[in-house]
Write a protein that binds this ligand. Sequence first.
Ligand SMILES: [Zn+2]
Length: 152
Amino acid sequence: MKYMKKCLNCGSENKNENAFCSVCGGASFAEPTAAPEEIPVHVMPPQQPVPPPMAPPPYIRPVPAKKPFGIFDVLTILGFVSSLVGLFSIWVVLEPLAVIASVIGFFKGSRFKGLAAAGIVISIIAFIIILFQTLYNGNIIGKWAIEGALNH
Ligand SMILES: [Zn+2]
């Protein structure tokens, strides 16, 4: 505990060991008094019940939702089958329908993206083949157009 003595001349507080007042130089002091103790004011907040930390929700392994087999997936298969049928056997008129069905199946369906893409490609190829055959048979393009350059 630090004692301070008060200068009788000017009233300022001086250290106990000072012979003269550090402010006015006076030599007369009052009796040392205990320096006012600074009592740190601890304002204790009222104890509030601390809620227990929320337990993190147990990790649930996300179950991959099985995508429903929708009408568009059926369309995909139909498109693919149509494209093959139109390519290899009959009803080449199926190809435009196969393209449409496959495109819709590709974008709307939840499965068989590969199948849909294949259906699109096969349909387009079949369509191009038919187109060239038609153009050739109708003499719209010459024989030269579909022959190799060195085949003559
Ligand atoms: Zn003084």
